[in-house]
Design a binder for this molecule. Structure first.
Ligand code: SGN
Ligand code: CA
Length: 541
């Protein structure tokens, strides 16, 4: 700023009389402008509480309906939806943890932000623009508490306390955090603790500035460990099975039918089996991992048939998964109560979302990665009193690259030029622009670990989906979601759809190109095969 004053005063030096007056106004103008740029927000700007979890499927939130809506309701998440909006078509651009988080922070696709994969994914390049930095620069107080999982130091936060250990996946019990540079082991259950720390920060923050809090739970990520009080919630009932639980993968043999992601791959740890005391700690760990690799089969009971064992595994999994969500929902309730009790309810935007969807036994799967509906769809509910009408339902196609521009739009802060997402603030007010996108582009890169899901890209609109699996196979799949919502009939060879498929194919290539992904199949394979996605900037410094 001093620099620009100097240049201007030099330029105007010769015109002496006029100089004093003009000089005054120029300085006044510059100071005002710089103040507006640096602190474009006031204490009237809305606060933001962005609550985010890991692997929470829409099918496990009662506001979205689904098999468990009555058995395992989520009243607090539902409350955000009924007092604000529920978004039914929020689609992840790359359905896996780190990449989705990187897209949310930067508003860009993986091939732009460089974070393609978790395993051999390297490190999020934290020198790039992110929305928390933009908010911080604009005068927001910012904090991050809970799971981060991007392997580089969070930038743009006045305070952070994030899970370390297990490759930053974090632990359910007695978790270890990086507390603003200090390694701290806490005692207790992660979901409760993370909320405690978030509330502590809210209490201690500077009350004169607006804030943005990112509260990010580890739950309901694998290995789905519930709080002790919720361990036996559904012991006496049998949970329903999704209709595609025993999918035969007909017409999808080399894609959905060739993974290491079915319930048969649950480990002893997932099933909460206890290792023999006689084993050393190291051997106990290996014992617990059994089941993870092909050929390793965990049997829950020797007397049962393989189908019965499979069912039993699903029962254990789904009950544990839903029980971890019970704690997430309880703690969201605590946050909502804090906001209410502290007179923050009216001027605080509350969002709940998760990094991608998850399979809850559909197609026999757990985990995510595929462009199939269950993993592609992200939950998103938002409350903004006085601005978003209670009971709003949004069906527009939105994706995780749209989160950053939307948050900044709501806060009145400008976005980076390189951003690829679009603000959906108007959509939330039921004022969707006529040229809003009608289809989205998806791209998943990680292979073979974990879970052996073939890399693929595709396009999805309100009715159809076209996917190309390209890595070491060359297979296209096409689904008519209206007639086949469970995606079991791959119609790629059905001549009735020829015209639609051709049209979608060209739209897909057009979209891919418009987002700047012009890599050849060889180059894409290189991304999957190499550490750091082949990018120097992704290497750990
Ligand atoms: C771990 C899990 C995988 C999971 C990845 C990625 N295995 O590796 O099942 O797909 O995380 O999850 S585990 O045995 O270590 O639990 S993600 O949410 O971080 O993308
Ligand atoms: Ca995840």
């Amino acid at each position: 700023m001093n620099h620009s004053i100097l240049i201007i005063s030099q330029q105007y030096k010769p015109v002496k009389n006029q100089f004093n007056k003009s000089f005054f106004w120029i300085i006044y103008f510059i100071i005002t402008l710089s103040y507006c740029q640096e602190k474009s927000v006031t204490n009237k700007s809305p606060n933001i509480v962005f609550i985010f979890s890991d692997d929470h499927a829409t099918n496990a939130i009662s506001a979205y309906g689904g098999l468990f809506k009555d058995l395992a309701p989520t009243p607090n998440i539902d409350r955000i939806a009924t007092e604000g909006a529920i978004l039914k078509n929020v689609l992840c651009t790359n359905a896996i943890c780190g990449p989705s988080r990187a897209s949310i922070l930067t508003g860009t696709y993986s091939h732009v932000n460089g974070y393609y994969k978790n395993y051999k994914g390297g490190v999020f390049n934290n020198q790039q623009w992110t929305y928390p930095q933009a908010l911080q620069e604009a005068g927001y107080q910012t904090a991050l508490v809970g799971k981060w999982h991007l392997a580089s130091e969070p930038v743009g936060f006045d305070y952070f306390k994030y899970h370390i250990s297990k490759g930053e996946q974090g632990l359910y019990w007695d978790p270890i955090y990086n507390d603003y540079g200090n390694k701290i082991k806490e005692k207790g259950y992660a979901t409760n603790l993370t909320t405690d720390f978030a509330i502590e920060w809210l209490q201690e923050r500077n009350k004169d500035e607006p804030f943005c809090l990112l509260l990010q739970f580890k739950a309901p990520h694998r290995e789905w460990s519930p709080d002790s009080k919720y361990e036996k919630l559904w012991d006496d009932i049998e949970m329903p099975y999704p209709s595609t639980f025993n999918d035969s993968y007909l017409g999808r043999e080399l894609t959905a039918g060739d993974t290491e992601m079915t319930v048969d791959y649950f480990s002893r740890q997932d099933m909460k089996m206890l290792p023999p005391d006689s084993l050393t700690l190291k051997k106990q760990r290996r014992w617990l991992q059994y089941g993870f690799k092909p050929g390793e089969t965990v049997k829950l009971s020797k007397k049962l048939s393989s189908q019965e064992n499979r069912n039993l595994k699903y029962q254990k999994y789904i009950k544990d998964y839903l029980a971890t969500i019970r704690s997430v929902d309880d703690n969201i309730g605590r946050v909502l109560k804090y906001l209410k009790d502290n007179d923050l309810e009216q001027n605080t935007i509350v969002i709940y979302s998760s990094d991608q969807g998850f399979f809850l036994g559909e197609h026999g799967f757990f985990d995510k990665r595929f462009m199939y509906e269950e993993s592609l769809k992200m939950p998103f509910v938002i409350r903004y009193p006085g601005v978003i009408k209670p009971g709003t339902i949004v069906n527009d196609i939105i994706s995780n690259i749209d989160f950053a521009p939307t948050l900044l739009d709501m806060a009145g802060v400008s976005v980076s030029e390189n951003i690829q997402g679009k603000s959906f603030f108007e959509n939330l007010k039921k004022n969707t622009r006529e040229d809003w996108r009608q289809s989205m582009y998806y791209h998943y890169y990680e292979y073979p670990y974990y879970h052996r899901v073939q890399p693929h890209y595709g396009i999805r609109n309100q009715r159809y989906k076209l996917i190309h699996f390209y890595y070491n196979i060359d297979i296209w799949e096409f689904y008519d979601l209206q007639n086949d919502p469970s995606e079991i009939n791959n119609q790629i060879n059905n001549p009735t759809y020829d015209q639609i498929i051709n049209h979608l194919k060209s739209e897909l290539f057009q979209l891919k190109k418009s987002y700047g992904n012009t890599m050849t199949i060889e180059q894409l394979r290189y991304i999957s095969d190499n550490d750091f996605g082949g990018l120097e900037s992704n290497k750990k410094q």
